[in-house]
Design a protein around this ligand. Structure first.
Ligand code: ZN
Ligand code: FE
Length: 259
């Protein structure tokens, strides 16, 4: 496989009960995605002798932005944030970014970072698509699941997931929460005959038994097992006969809220 980012490493920093703060590092420099907790990031930087070069924020929820101000203060680094006037960003001297923007970083060579608008969980939600290989999907796409609709409509979220689904199948996806096992249990209530899902349930149980992350995931695996990306296929099932894909999506999201 052609890889222009051979020296990039991506590390999961667990925080709170089920968040991952993703640390992207190359040489002595690091970027962090959604640093909800500054102390977790500081400890990781110190342990690896890294300097923080940039902060990437996907949306305004506290478990994603909570540590950004302290880290920015300490490292004097650039904070990238969605274009929205939400108060969570007001204390930050943030560089606002939007769909179509391409970011580059001083200490990361030719590494590119495309911004994708993915509204639904919040209206301002964006994702960072690094080197056209790695997608930091925040709270939009999870392992075998998707984020709750706090601000957007089902059609907005469905369109955002379709946007992700159109990326190359070997895209590595880095969601912000470890929800995979619970999402798989839900998926099995509607897609019980899916052999890929059964296999994923076994692999996930094995990883979680050792307290290991189930992430990153790949788009190919999500397309095969994530019910929120399989609405078209599920609409062919007897249970959803004559339903449109978006109606299936809306129903699944509502059921998942109470699962
Ligand atoms: Zn959130
Ligand atoms: Fe979150």
């Amino acid at each position: 496989m052609h890889d222009t980012s051979a020296s990039i490493e991506i590390t999961a920093l667990p925080a709170f009960s089920d968040n991952y703060l993703w640390l992207i590092h190359r040489g002595q420099y690091a970027l962090v995605v959604d640093p909800g907790d500054a102390e977790v990031v500081e400890q990781a930087l110190q342990a690896r002798q890294l300097q923080l070069d940039g902060i990437l924020l996907t949306h305004h929820h506290a478990d994603h932005v909570g540590g950004a101000a302290a880290l920015q203060q300490h490292w004097q680094c650039t904070v990238y944030a969605p274009e929205s006037d939400h108060p969570a960003y007001q204390a930050l001297q943030a560089t606002r970014v939007k769909q179509g923007d391409r970011l580059t970083f001083k200490h990361f060579g030719a590494l590119s970072c495309d911004v994708l608008a993915l509204p639904g969980h919040t209206l301002d939600h964006i994702a960072y698509y690094l080197n056209r290989q790695y997608l930091f999907s925040g709270d939009v796409l999870f392992g075998a699941g998707c984020g709750r609709l706090f601000e957007g409509t089902p059609s907005q979220m469905y369109a955002s997931l379709q946007h992700i689904a159109a990326l190359p199948a070997d895209t590595l996806i880095y969601p912000a929460h470890e929800y995979t096992a619970h999402n798989i249990a839900f998926a099995q209530t509607i897609d019980a005959d899916n052999a890929d899902l059964q296999q994923r349930a076994r692999n996930t149980a094995h990883l979680r038994a050792q307290n290991l992350p189930t992430l990153p995931t790949t788009l190919a695996l999500e397309l095969a097992t994530n019910p929120f990306l399989r609405c078209e296929a599920l609409s062919q099932q007897a249970a959803f006969q004559h339903w449109s894909a978006i109606d299936v999506f809306t129903e699944l999201r509502a059921r998942r809220n109470h699962f």
